[in-house]
Write a protein that binds this ligand. Structure first.
Ligand code: GDP
Length: 291
C-alpha cells in the first residue's frame, strides 16, 4: 500500500519539536495543532493536561521528550478498545452498514481481497437490492477479489431474503466468511433501521453474526459521525471502518470517533485500489500521527 498520511500531525508539530526548550508557546502550539487536527476540545484539553503533568513529573524541558510522551499517550488511548476482527466462527458473518457514498461497496471489495490474501473463502451477499448499479459494482469488486456473490433475483427483492440465501449457501458450501452489503438510504432512516433489524434477525436464526461493521468517511469528520448516529443506536455495530484516510481526513478524528462512540476501529481504507485496506494498529497509527 502506498504511504499517504495527510492526516499526520508532523507538519503542524515540526516547529514545536524543533525548539530547544519547552516553553509557554509550545503548549499553545500543541493545543492549536490538536484542535486543527479535529481531536475536539475535550480530548485536546485532556491530552494537554496529561502531558503537562508528565513533563512536570519527569522534570524535562526537552521537546523530543514531549513528542515521545504525546505519541505514547495517543497509542495508549487508541489501544483502549480491541481492534481485532472477530472472524473465528464458521461461517463468520459480517454485516456492513453505513450511509451511501462513504465507500461501503469499495470497502467490501477491498475486505474480500484482504481475506482472500489470507486464503479465506468469501461469499458476498448483495442485500442492497434497490440500487441495481450498486449490485453490479459489488459484483465487479467480487470478481476482482476472487470472491463469490449472491445477487437479488429481482429488483427490490426483500434484502433479508438475500441475506438468508447468502448465509444458507455459505453453510452448505463450507464458505469461511460471509460479507453482507446493506442499504444506506439516509432519507428513509426508520425504514432502513427496520430493514437492518430484520436482516439481523433472519441471519441470527441461522448462525450468530460475527461483526457489524459501520463504514465512515473520515474526511467528513464529526458531520459524518452525526449522520451515522442511527446505525450506532440501532444496528448493533461492533466495529468501525474509516475510509478515505488518504484524503483530507484529520488525524484527531480517529481518536475522537473511538472515544465518542466507544466502538473500536477495525479497518482503515487509504485509497481507491483493491489493496488499500488494512487493519487498525494503534502503535503504527500513533507513530505516523506524531512522527
Ligand atoms: P458507497 O455508496 O458507500 O457504496 O460508496 P462507494 O464504495 O461507491 O465509494 C464512493 C466513492 O468513494 C468512490 O469513488 C470510491 O472510489 C471512493 N472511495 C472509497 N473508499 C476510498 C478510500 O479509502 N480512499 C479514497 N480516496 N476514495 C475512496
Amino acid at each position: 500500500m502506498a504511504e499517504r498520511t495527510p492526516w499526520s500531525l508532523s507538519g503542524a508539530l515540526r516547529g514545536m519539536f524543533a525548539k530547544k526548550l519547552i516553553d509557554a508557546e509550545t503548549w499553545e502550539d500543541l493545543e492549536d495543532a490538536l484542535i486543527q487536527a479535529d481531536f475536539g476540545p475535550s480530548i485536546t484539553e485532556a491530552i494537554v493536561a496529561d502531558l503537562r503533568a508528565k513533563v512536570a513529573k519527569y522534570n524535562t524541558t526537552d521537546p523530543t521528550d514531549l513528542q515521545r510522551m504525546l505519541r505514547e499517550g495517543l497509542e495508549e488511548r487508541l489501544s483502549k478498545l480491541d481492534s481485532t476482527l472477530n472472524l473465528s466462527a464458521r461461517p463468520a458473518v459480517v454485516l456492513v452498514v453505513g450511509v451511501n457514498g462513504v465507500g461501503k461497496t469499495t470497502t467490501i471489495g477491498k475486505f474480500a481481497k484482504f481475506l482472500r490474501t489470507y486464503n479465506r473463502s468469501v461469499l458476498i451477499g448483495a442485500a442492497d437490492t434497490f440500487r441495481a448499479a450498486a449490485v453490479e459494482q459489488l459484483a465487479t469488486w467480487a470478481e476482482r477479489a476472487g470472491a463469490d456473490i449472491v445477487r437479488p433475483q429481482a429488483h427490490g427483492q426483500d434484502p433479508a431474503s438475500v441475506a438468508f440465501q447468502t448465509v444458507e449457501r455459505a453453510m452448505k458450501d463450507g464458505t469461511e466468511i460471509v460479507i453482507i452489503d446493506t442499504a444506506g438510504r439516509l432519507q428513509t432512516k426508520g425504514g432502513l433501521m427496520d430493514e437492518l433489524t430484520k436482516i439481523r434477525k433472519v441471519i441470527e436464526k441461522q448462525t450468530p453474526i460475527a461483526e457489524v461493521l459501520l463504514v465512515l468517511d473520515a474526511t467528513t469528520g464529526q458531520n459524518g459521525l452525526a449522520q451515522a448516529e442511527a446505525f450506532i443506536q440501532h444496528a448493533g455495530v461492533t466495529g468501525l471502518v474509516l475510509t478515505k484516510l488518504d484524503g483530507s481526513a484529520k488525524g484527531g478524528f480517529v481518536l475522537a470517533v473511538q472515544e465518542k462512540t466507544g466502538i473500536p476501529i477495525k479497518l482503515v481504507g487509504q485509497g481507491e485500489g483493491i489493496n488499500d485496506l488494512t487493519g487498525f494498529t494503534p502503535h503504527v497509527f500513533a507513530q505516523k500521527l506524531v512522527g
